[in-house]
Design a protein around this ligand. Structure first.
Ligand code: B12
Ligand code: SF4
Length: 494
């Protein structure tokens, strides 16, 4: 059998990094780990190919080659998925779909032959058996969430490393908290399941022996969701990094209570973590309480960010506007918080009710739902009736993103971040922008010559060189990212 694994296209969003990737000569930020995992669950005798539409377009010959198509999608990819399914069906192929979009969708499902709801570790082997007997069903859903010991090493070699700026691995699924807007806990549950140390180190080994060096994203919903296991993993991970001459720098997602645990922060620093994405959401305590995000109300959020930064990790964060308890001055308060926290990469979005979340159920009961979410919290659309006048909310949102990504504001945060985050010893600069002179030249040309705000760029660079010479590579990476967000904020205001 010949299996074609398709990742549909993403629109331009915060995480697409579309305006920054060309500097590095890359096409996409990360490969689709779900599909690499699905591929590893297929029989060894099958031929397989990965086609990531964010790397290159789908051609009729690709479809012709395949006997069976496996496609994944997040909500945000649903239109591209629909087109993929239609094209493959029109060419008479058997199409299988899965992933977060089909798992949570409320509206009509794509016209695929087989639909997988939830995780596939136990259901895909069942499907393969059914297929062999000629009795494959339309729907597959596991009765229980599988233990991660059932997850094979993803087929990393399917991904064309040259096209991606980072690779991904996953250590755990699920999160113990209960934020009202979150679909993670509905899809992956509230008891975080982890892989064994041996399992995750074998995955990193597979990436290393396949030739990858540089950034690796540990794509957990909350890396510290199961603190006990993480603390057992980190010393071994640090030792693994040393043994292999520190091949990877790591980034992950974690809840803000990370800042309450110095031992954990120290372990993460030693294991090679250099960036962490946290859900801050809002500096307004009443809104955090409304969202049941009480872990964010236990101590000063600004202090927590500073603590994490002091351990050599840049903090990236998510912020939300549109809570019922947001005061009239919410826009200024968010801007001030982002400025004071020195978080260069702040993902600010409008609250969105994802299908079948607690928020979705409450708004439905209150008669405030307007329809299924587009899955992109950084577009200026609302799928529910907010308490604040909608036009004011959307205008305030657009003006906020323009403000925080205006060159002056952004470079100021970037400089403060460089000042606060200590350099990580002699970690090699694999795959960083500075490692490629071509990347450096592209940034200097685009931001320093052709861009209307080139004056701000040179002022930033001048200060970065004078004050943080040893962090020049970081400064250039931040400049490239800032350009992406500025372009995005301009587009979101159109
Ligand atoms: C890594 C990640 C990303 C990466 C994606 C990299 C990539 N190329 O795929 C990046 C950082 C780019 C990203 C971006 C975004 N993401 Co994201 N992301 C994740 C995260 C943290 C992990 C995904 C992952 O790799 N999991 C590991 C694999 C092994 O699990 P999996 O994909 O679920 O696959 C399993 C099953 O679902 C199933 N399966 C999956 N596909 C298929 C296909 C078939 C055929 C079958 C049979 C089975 C199957 O089998 C797998 C094994 O069990 C998830 C959270 C999560 N826990 O999934 C959010 C998540 C998927 N992202 C989400 C969102 C909202 C976004 C953004 C829109 C955020 C934004 N506003 O910018 C953007 C949009 C993308 C973009 N580029 O613009 C939501 C999606 C919600 C939804 N219902 O669709 C999630 C669930 C998190 C959340 N609640 O916020 N994301
Ligand atoms: S901390 Fe993050 S992953 Fe956990 S429930 Fe809240 S929003 Fe979801």
């Amino acid at each position: 059998m010949k299996a074609l694994l398709i990742n549909p296209e993403f629109p331009d969003t915060y995480w697409s990094f579309r305006h920054a990737l060309p500097f590095e000569g890359k096409r996409a930020a990360f490969p689709p780990l779900g599909l690499l995992t699905v591929s590893a669950l297929l029989p060894r005798s099958w031929q397989r190919r990965l086609l990531d539409l964010n790397v290159r377009p789908l051609k009729a010959d690709d479809i012709k080659w395949a006997d069976i198509i496996f496609a994944t999608a997040m909500l945000i990819q649903k239109e591209s998925l629909r087109r993929v399914v239609e094209r493959c069906k029109a060419m008479g192929k058997r199409v299988v779909v899965g992933g977060p979009y089909v798992t949570t969708t409320i509206e009509s499902l794509p016209a695929a032959d087989h639909i997988f709801l939830g995780e596939a570790e136990t259901t895909l082997p069942q499907f393969l058996q059914d297929l062999e007997r000629g009795a494959a069903r339309r729907f597959y859903q596991a009765e229980e969430r599988p233990p991660l010991s059932a997850t094979p090493i993803p087929d990393f070699r399917l991904a064309d490393f040259k096209r991606y700026s980072a690779m991904s691995v996953q250590y755990s699924r699920g999160c113990p908290f209960q934020c009202e807007f979150c679909d993670i806990i509905e899809i992956y549950g509230r008891s975080p399941r982890t892989k064994s140390n041996q399992q995750i180190l074998a995955e990193l080994d597979a990436l290393r022996t396949a030739g990858w060096r540089g950034s690796v994203f540990i794509v957990d919903d909350n890396f510290i969701g199961n603190k006990r296991n993480v603390k057992r993993l980190l010393p071994e991970l640090a030792e693994w990094q040393e043994r292999h001459k520190r091949p990877f720098t790591l980034l992950t997602e974690a809840s803000i209570n990370l800042a309450e645990d110095n031992a954990l922060l120290d372990l993460m620093r030693r294991a090679g973590f250099r960036r962490v994405f946290v859900g801050i959401e809002t500096p307004v305590e009443e809104s955090l309480k409304e969202a049941h995000k009480t872990q964010n109300t236990r101590r000063s959020l600004l202090d927590s960010v500073r603590t994490i930064q002091s351990y050599g990790m840049e903090v990236m964060a998510g912020f939300i506007l549109g809570f019922d308890n947001d005061p009239e001055d919410i826009f200024e308060r968010q801007i001030n918080f982002i400025r004071e926290s020195a978080i260069p990469l702040a993902m600010v979005g409008l609250l969105t009710a994802l299908p079948d979340t607690q928020l979705w159920r409450r708004l439905k009961q209150e008669g405030r739902l307007l329809g299924e979410s587009a899955g992109n919290n950084t577009s200026s659309t609302l799928n529910f009736m907010p308490k604040m006048e909608p036009a004011r909310l959307v205008e305030g949102y657009q003006s906020l993103v323009r403000t925080i990504y205006s060159s002056g504001e952004y470079y100021q945060r970037a400089l403060e971040c460089l000042r606060r985050v200590p350099q990580a010893g002699d970690w090699p600069q694999h795959g960083s922008l500075i490692s490629s002179l071509a990347a450096l030249a592209r940034i200097a040309l685009k931001l320093g010559v052709f861009d209307g705000e080139r004056g701000e760029f040179w002022r930033f660079l001048n200060r970065a060189v004078r004050e943080h010479r040893e962090k020049f590579a970081e400064a250039m990476r931040l400049a490239a990212m800032g350009y992406h967000f500025r372009k995005l904020s301009e587009a979101s205001s159109e």
